[in-house]
Write a protein that binds this ligand. Structure first.
Ligand SMILES: [Ca+2]
Ligand SMILES: [Ca+2]
Length: 177
């Protein structure tokens, strides 16, 4: 019986090793390969930001009147895993505190809607640990930030397979395992 338990433990550990456990990918929002108006790159944003930011300026328009305005990224996911999406954002107010996030052909994610305004802060999805994280395969993933509300800015983006990780202020960019 003990032998059987030991074998089971080895098998479980073996399976888990193939998955991302502590992988983190951090990149700049302004590194998008495509930025579509009214989303714009702002390189002269003053204050506590890393390099430049992307922005949908206040009154630029949002759905349903204006549906365009996206930033598109290709992310190389090093390991298959369950990821949390973190974004370092600036919200102007309650009508300016969200965007739509999209991975490949998965259903769109409503990102944000928290009540921290006019200060740079990190927001995550899923909000709760009990919600399903984002299941991503290893390899190239298309990620999009789409216009949902104007009056928003995004500085940095992190995908983390480590559920305990919490970003603080500006984070170092790169891929960490
Ligand atoms: Ca809102
Ligand atoms: Ca940035």
């Amino acid at each position: 019986m003990k032998t059987l338990t030991a074998i089971t433990v080895i098998l479980v550990l073996g399976v888990n090793c193939a998955l991302a456990r502590g992988t983190k990918i951090c990149f700049e929002a302004e590194s998008a390969e495509k930025i579509e108006v009214p989303m714009v790159l702002v390189s002269n944003e003053v204050g506590n930001v890393s390099g430049a930011v992307i922005s949908i300026p206040e009154k630029a328009g949002n759905p349903p009147e204006r549906c365009e305005g996206a930033a598109v990224y290709t992310i190389d996911i090093p390991k298959k895993g369950a990821y949390t999406l973190w974004c370092r954002v600036w919200w102007n107010g309650e009508c300016s505190n969200s965007f739509t996030a999209r991975f490949n052909d998965k259903p769109p994610i409503l990102f944000g809607e928290d009540a921290t305004y006019k200060v740079w802060h990190w927001v995550k999805y899923p909000v709760s640990r009990t919600s399903a994280p984002i299941a991503l395969e290893a390899g190239k993933t298309t990620f999009k930030i789409e216009n949902r509300e104007d009056g928003i800015m995004v500085d940095q983006i992190i995908l983390s397979a480590d559920k305990r990780f919490v970003p603080v202020e500006i984070e170092k960019t790169g891929v960490f395992n």
